[in-house]
Design a binder for this molecule. Structure first.
Ligand SMILES: CC(C)(COP(=O)(O)OP(=O)(O)OC[C@H]1O[C@@H](n2cnc3c(N)ncnc32)[C@H](O)[C@@H]1OP(=O)(O)O)[C@@H](O)C(=O)NCCC(=O)NCCS
Length: 219
């Protein structure tokens, strides 16, 4: 198996990222445009992470900082990412919001997702943010949707009786499940629109210290 490394993306990576995101998801799902990726890099370069395996770009994790109280009652993927522009990024917030994570379908199960999540945790610590929150797809749910509610499906994944490509991975990465958000991504046929709200609390968060944008490369 090859070596996984992570770094921040550049403008030159955008065509590859567009292709990778399209390959990573069912075709019905919305995808980001060249200008969305460019705006994300412009707005919050530290929050954009890509993974390489043997020098090839194979995964991406995109994040922004939000004031969580503004979003906690209800939100959709489109709303919290401002349609992919990250216009909602607010450096005053204490929450790193995971907007996207995707890995080349041919190269999953080799630790690429783990490396991207490790990069996010490193960023959260370096910025002295309180937590990482994300809403994860539930791509295995459609197989059980005629028998189980999305909440009951998620419980079975948490209990270890079912495996979900995304939720099982996120639980193993140390995230806690906080419930299901319906209509998070209505176009998602596999999750039937649902997502699980998950959180990772930064054990090093120091409320007496301000948050900071790292100037050095912390990846
Ligand atoms: C979710 C996703 C990003 C995970 O990426 P990944 O690169 O497969 O993640 P990893 O390889 O680090 O971990 C996946 C599994 O492989 C296992 N694994 C990792 N390295 C391994 C190795 N060397 N040998 C055996 N197993 C390994 C992990 O333990 C993990 O198991 P788990 O799911 O039971 O916890 C990927 O499946 C994906 O892109 N999905 C589609 C896009 C998507 O829906 N993204 C989520 C948006 S909310």
């Amino acid at each position: 198996m090859g070596k996984v490394s992570i770094r921040h993306p550049s403008r030159g990576d955008i065509p590859e990222l567009i292709g990778l995101q399209r390959r990573a998801y069912p075709p019905e799902l919305p995808h980001w445009s060249r200008s969305s990726f460019a705006q994300q890099q412009e707005t919050f370069p530290q929050g954009q992470i890509v993974a390489e395996l043997d020098g090839r770009l194979v995964g991406c994790a995109s994040s922004l900082v939000v004031l969580w109280n503004d979003w906690c009652d209800a939100h959709t993927w489109k709303e919290i990412t401002a349609g992919g522009s990250f216009d909602n990024h607010d450096p005053v917030g204490l929450t790193l919001y995971g907007a996207e994570v995707f890995v080349d379908p041919a190269l999953r199960g080799q630790g690429v997702g783990h490396a991207l999540y490790e990069g996010r945790r490193r960023l959260c610590r370096a910025m002295n943010l309180k937590r990482i929150i994300a809403c994860g797809r539930l791509p295995g749910y459609h197989r059980f949707a005629d028998q189980l509610s999305a909440e009951d499906y998620a419980k079975r994944v948490i209990w270890g009786d079912l495996r979900d490509q995304v939720l099982s991975f996120q639980l193993n990465e140390g995230f806690h499940y906080c419930g299901v958000i319906g209509d998070y991504l209505p176009e998602d046929p596999e999750s039937c629109g649902n997502a699980s709200l998950i959180v990772w609390l930064n054990p090093d968060y120091d409320p007496t210290q301000p948050t900071r944008i790292p100037e050095e490369d912390i990846l």
